[in-house]
Design a protein around this ligand. Structure first.
Ligand code: SAH
Length: 411
């Protein structure tokens, strides 16, 4: 096996089981020229064994697979996947008739850095975020079949956009096993089309399941605005919760088609819902005389501003993809939340989220605090939300915490 020897003192973070080795920590390599995706052994400067991991070019040079000397083969993957499945059984998301959507593998959170696997009924969607996992994809697929057994009908590989593009990698999307046209899966008894072929992420935002259920709890009799709706998860739950009306907004026309399809699947012909392909800021800056709403093609917003919504969900894409974009991201969150505070009716409830890993809980809360003060509203925090249990955080890898949300009562 090729070997990486660290600079003196650079083994410390591995002593705390942190699963990343940065390129600056490497002193030299032995055993031949490294190729991206290689499995390497990592040694301290005094030759002591530290870990085995996947190497690739970049700031994170090695993603640690194990801190023990052991072969990385199908049996290894099988053991890790079985452990991940056990956790999901403990959480209670496996083997339920009303719910067959869950995340089986959440990268570092499941001691499988660089790998994501989401389950949608009989289809697993596998996504590699490291070259090493990409190289191992066929072994992983075999291990996954062994662990999931009969319930698994197909494995779709979707890594075109998550890997650094390199012509020789061969990272085309496609089925690694079986094939499936059945794109409908269930979350808490609601049905969703999952677009694993073209959709964002693995086709669905699995991480909002618990938070969607909380929206359902608050939806009764409310006028709901679901901003950044994507496939309309929050909207469908709000409908079941008894909302008076639900408006879904996303700048992507494709997303709006998906919302409409999901609504038809669960509440055919229900006129309480409307979807709008619009930019969030434009939509919120418009005046909102509800009775004249005709449909998303017409531009229905004219007249005086009416603060008609009393439940607003803001679930924007990550504003900060990197640490250096932090300041702008925080300003973006403040601006967006300020708009929502300005428009929400007294007694309204605001669900506001950030999925930027680079923005921590306190920074996000400060951005929302600033927005509340700017809008001069009285605001109480009712719930502090986070990613669900099937997106676990490895205690040695706090970077795995990314989703945070606040549920606010606005007087
Ligand atoms: N709430 C969704 C996930 C949201 S993902 C769910 O539960 O599934 C973020 C969404 O924001 C994407 O669908 C993207 O198309 C949309 N988006 C990005 N920028 C936007 C903008 N400026 N205005 C409106 N929508 C936007």
């Amino acid at each position: 096996m090729k070997t990486i020897i660290l600079r003196k003192g650079k083994e410390e973070s591995l002593g705390r089981f942190h699963p990343w080795i940065f390129s600056g920590a490497i002193h030299h390599t032995e055993g031949g020229t490294l190729e991206e995706g290689d499995i390497v052994e990592v040694l301290a400067s005094d030759g002591r064994f530290l870990a085995i991991g996947h190497w690739q070019i970049g700031s994170i040079a090695v993603r640690v697979l194990t801190f023990k000397r052991q072969p990385i083969n199908q049996a290894f993957w099988q053991k890790r996947l079985a452990a991940a499945l056990d956790v999901r059984k403990t959480i209670g998301v496996v083997g339920r008739a009303d719910n067959d959507i869950f995340r089986l593998v959440h990268g570092e959170g499941d001691n499988l850095p660089g790998l994501v696997i989401d389950i949608y009924g009989g289809t697993a969607v596998m996504q590699a975020h490291s070259v090493g996992m990409h190289v191992c994809r066929h072994e992983l697929a075999e291990a996954l079949k062994a662990v999931m057994g009969e319930s698994l009908k197909a494995i779709y590989y979707k890594s075109e956009t998550t890997l650094p593009f390199k012509a020789q990698l061969g990272q085309e999307n496609g089925f690694l096993f079986g094939e499936s046209n059945d794109d409908v899966a269930r979350e808490n008894g609601l049905k969703f089309h999952i677009d694993w072929l073209k959709g964002q992420k693995t086709g669905f935002f699995v991480d909002q399941r618990d938070n969607r259920a909380l929206v359902e709890h608050y939806a009764k009799g409310r006028k709901v605005l679901n901003m950044f709706c994507y496939t309309g998860g929050f909207s469908v739950y709000a409908m079941r919760g008894g909302a008076e009306l639900v408006h879904s907004v996303d700048s992507s026309a494709k997303a709006v088609e998906l919302v409409d399809a999901n609504m038809e699947l669960n509440f055919p012909g229900d006129t309480r819902h409307k979807a709008f392909a619009e930019d969030a800021f434009k939509f919120m800056e418009k005046d909102l005389p509800l009775p004249s709403l005709k449909g998303r093609e017409s531009s229905p917003f004219k007249g005086e501003l009416e603060r008609v919504y009393d439940l607003i969900i803001l679930d924007p894409p990550a504003f900060a993809k990197h640490k250096d974009a932090l300041r702008n991201a925080l300003r973006g969150y403040t601006k967006l939340n300020c708009k929502a505070f300005e428009m929400i009716q007294p007694g309204g409830i605001l669900f506001t989220f950030s999925c930027s890993q680079a923005v921590n809980k306190d920074q996000f809360r400060m951005a929302v605090f600033t927005a509340a003060a700017m809008a001069k509203r009285k605001v109480r925090i009712l719930h502090q939300l986070h990613q669900p249990a099937d997106h676990p955080i490895n205690i040695y890898h706090p970077e795995g915490e990314y989703l945070k949300g606040l549920v606010l009562y606005v007087e």
